[in-house]
Design a protein around this ligand. Structure first.
Ligand code: PEP
Ligand code: MN
Length: 250
């Protein structure tokens, strides 16, 4: 099964953090035929007292879910140990913004064959980001870049989504490029606009956070779409896709 094929726009949705099996069942039920699910089992949090993910317990619960449901799991590795722990449950590995410069971890990822979504470092230049991707890239794996917003002087939104980078990378490199409008804006009310803009500028898809009950989410509650909002977003991107010669997969 190939991922991120030419002319497809891949929507990877799910909660910021995996919090339990019911949460994922609700998500999958809402999307019916969903193929891609994002869910953080290990979380890197700025505050040490914030929820750090279900970790070992999460792996057990997620493995059980995968027996009954057919989906492709995107989840973040935060360390060498978490890579080892996740290896039997994760289908597409995510490297978060805080680990883009963790070259020892990137080297380890080059030794395995699963696709790796490499998020842009918080203040990383395109050159630094592409060089980080080169650490991971091997003949056996695929690296997909993910623009997730950069630090700027603007404080109205969590980060400044750099869609310039998408245009640049699509024209100057062969990497597939995703956009994360959730961390890129931090505001649910901006996510649809930035998702449409991502499609228009040539991105290969989006990584977007949604939760069956955003008010109760254990991380990134303020930027989580509700499940009906997510369905609406997918429908609207689906309508837009033919104008850009794309087919939506989710
Ligand atoms: C996430 O996807 O939940 C996440 C932590 O993203 P980032 O590494 O871009 O902050
Ligand atoms: Mn998040």
């Amino acid at each position: 099964m190939g991922h991120f094929l030419d002319n497809t726009f891949t929507i990877i949705s799910g909660p910021c953090s995996f919090e339990g099996q019911d949460q994922i069942r609700e998500h999958l039920d809402c999307l019916e035929t969903s193929k891609y699910l994002r869910a953080g089992i290990f979380k890197l949090r700025t505050n040490k007292d914030s929820f750090q993910g279900l970790r070992a317990r999460g792996i057990e619960q997620m493995s059980a879910l995968k027996v009954d449901h057919n989906f492709c799991l995107v989840s973040e590795v935060v360390s060498m140990q978490s890579l080892e722990a996740l290896k039997d449950v994760v289908d597409i590995i995510q490297v978060g913004t805080r680990n883009m410069y963790n070259y020892e971890l990137l080297k380890e990822l080059s030794k395995q064959s699963k696709p790796v979504i490499l998020k842009r470092g918080l203040s990383a230049t395109i050159d630094e980001w592409v060089q980080a991707a080169q650490y991971i890239n091997s003949d056996e794996n695929q690296v997909i870049l993910c623009e997730r917003g950069i630090r700027s002087f603007e404080s109205k939104y969590r980060n400044t989504l750099d869609l310039n980078a998408v245009s640049y990378l699509k024209q100057k490199t062969n990497y597939k490029v995703l956009v994360d409008p959730s961390h890129g804006t931090g505001n649910t009310f901006m996510i649809e606009d930035l998702s449409k803009a991502s499609m228009a500028i040539g991105a290969d898809g989006i990584l977007v956070e949604a939760h069956f009950n955003p008010a109760q989410a254990l991380s990134d509650a303020h930027q989580a779409l509700t499940l009906p909002q997510l369905r609406g977003l997918i429908q609207n991107l689906n309508s837009l896709a033919p104008h850009f010669n794309k087919k939506v997969v989710f």
